[in-house]
Design a protein around this ligand. Structure first.
Ligand code: SAH
Ligand code: SF4
Ligand code: F3S
Length: 488
């Protein structure tokens, strides 16, 4: 999962370094207790914080954007690499100072780091009062009550069913135009380097009707883009029952035959059919699971964006086997060929790459670089391997590539990607691109910005245009990060 922000297109060495910190907004709080939420990590966590805000609103809390004003502070944490956890630990040091001034303040740890460390967090970080894993968010009001009575409160049970399908998220930090919609939770893949299966539990798909309804509601509220989220969206699968068919049997709503299995391709189509002006994106695709069916569905609908995040992780088949990715290099190359064949050369493709995985040789690192040459990614998220306790790799293989070698290989990967990003962006110069306006540009109020079909940020003079509108922009120049142009 990746956060696609204007900044992250800069191909950071570590995307967490530049990800915009997501905090809760200010709500009217008369007579209510105040909750401040800070979210780290991937889009799944940002989407989850919106579920938590919804649960807490029903429990009588209002959100605030200032930690200093809060009665309750939640950090929704990430455990994907060691530095993601380190960052949260540093933040806790600051909160310790805050709590000294305000002893009634409660601090809760949510998300993946909470799930990974469980009660150990309470022992290691005295400032923490509440620990809640990703499947325990319905239980949070009870945990808060426990903590208010002076006990430490923990719920880290992982569920096989929980999808929070019935909870309407409260959109935090919303631009009112683009929103994330979770379609599944957990992951069953067990990539050897990855902590996610341990922190998010078994994979489960959310019922398609609640997904379509949420997307329809967003459209009705003026949103014009939804990103369907899951760790592995291509393995989305939902089997209908008699009950659920009756539930959606109303005029105007999509109807599915009783026993139909809804695949990801079908779900994508159902969401795309809501309205031609509602753009649909999705993330993340796993190379082993993405089907031609998905690609043909993308080709059939103009409003399904021409962009695929297809993390390779490595370009070498032996390393991919050690990573337990279950595909090899020829398989991955075939997927790229299928994308180009069905969706054309203009389809945006991005990747995740890991440098210095256990036993990776110089030649095998060169294979990652040559795969990048083959795929010509529009952008990439690139990381040095960080061993995570409890993962298959931590148990089976030595983390034997020295830090300086990992860093040097990472820098080579980044340098290569910068040239590819620049070249791929250059292709758009002289083209007219359809852009969904998201708001003012980060650098200048005289400009607006929004993304094109391929998920690239396009900046142009404001004129009389408003966010939420589509405009055609003639691209006149570009950097490796953004396109610039004028509305035509
Ligand atoms: N479900 C997505 C990835 C989610 S994690 C997928 O399968 O593609 C996001 C990215 O973090 C991964 O793609 C991987 O590149 C990186 N990552 C995960 N674990 C890591 C580790 N231990 N060290 C370095 N990078 C890691
Ligand atoms: Fe982690 Fe692999 Fe699952 Fe992605 S597919 S979340 S990398 S285990
Ligand atoms: Fe996401 Fe980090 Fe968890 S990347 S799934 S928040 S470990």
């Amino acid at each position: 999962m990746t956060l696609i922000s204007e900044l992250s297109i800069l191909q950071p060495a570590d995307k967490e370094e530049v990800d915009l910190l997501r905090t809760s907004p200010d709500e009217p709080a008369v007579g209510k207790k105040r909750l401040y939420i800070e979210s780290y990590g991937c889009q799944m966590n940002f989407a989850d914080s919106e579920i938590v805000a919804s649960v807490m609103r029903n429990a009588g809390f209002a959100t605030t954007s200032t930690a200093e004003d809060a009665d309750l502070i939640f950090l929704n944490t990430c455990a994907i690499r060691e530095n993601a956890e380190q960052k949260v630990r540093n933040r806790l040091k600051h909160l310790t100072g805050l709590k000294r001034q305000k002893p009634a303040l409660l601090v809760g740890m949510l998300g993946c780091m909470a799930e990974r460390l469980k009660t150990k967090l309470l022992e290691e970080e005295k400032v923490v009062d509440i620990v809640a894993g990703p499947d325990a968010y319905r239980d949070i009001p009870k945990l808060v009550e426990e903590a208010e009575s002076g006990q430490k409160a923990v719920n880290v049970f992982l569920s096989r069913e929980e999808t929070y399908a019935d909870i309407a998220p409260i959109r935090l930090n919303s631009n009112g135009v683009t929103a994330f919609v979770s379609i599944m939770r957990g992951c069953d893949n067990m990539c050897s380097f990855c902590v996610v299966p341990f922190t998010r539990g078994r994979e489960r798909s959310r019922d398609p009707f609640s997904i379509v309804r949420e997307a329809q509601d967003l459209f009705d509220q003026g949103y014009r883009e939804v990103t369907l989220l899951g760790q592995n969206v291509d393995s989305y699968k939902w089997r209908g029952t008699e009950d659920t068919v009756q539930e959606i049997g109303e005029p105007g709503e999509p109807v599915l035959p009783t026993a139909d299995t809804v695949t990801f391709a079908k779900l994508l189509e159902l969401v795309a059919q809501i309205h031609p002006d509602l753009r649909v994106r999705f993330s993340t695709s796993h190379p082993k699971d993405i089907t031609d069916d998905v690609l043909y569905t993308m080709a059939r609908y103009d409003n399904i964006c021409n962009y695929i995040h297809l993390p390779a992780q490595s370009g070498n088949s032996r390393v991919l086997k050690l990573m337990n990715r279950t595909y090899d290099r020829p398989w991955y190359e075939d997927k790229i060929r299928s994308i180009r064949r069905i969706l054309g050369d203009d389809c945006g493709i991005s990747t995740d790459m890991i440098s210095g995985f256990c036993t990776e040789t110089e030649e095998e690192h060169q294979d990652s670089l040559s795969l990048m040459d083959f795929a010509q990614y529009d952008y990439a998220y690139m990381f040095a391997y960080s061993e995570r306790p409890g993962t298959l790799a931590a148990k089976k293989y030595a983390d034997d590539i020295p830090e300086d070698v990992k860093k040097r290989r990472l820098n080579e990967i980044i340098a290569k990607q910068l040239t590819h990003s620049a070249a791929r962006n250059q292709r758009h110069v002289g083209q007219v691109q359809r852009v969904l306006i998201e708001g003012p540009s980060k650098r200048s109020d005289a400009d607006l910005c929004g993304r094109n079909d391929q998920n690239k940020m396009v900046v142009f003079p404001r004129g009389d245009w408003q966010k939420g509108q589509y405009v055609n922009v003639l691209v006149t120049e570009c950097t490796s990060a953004t396109l610039r142009g004028e509305v035509v």
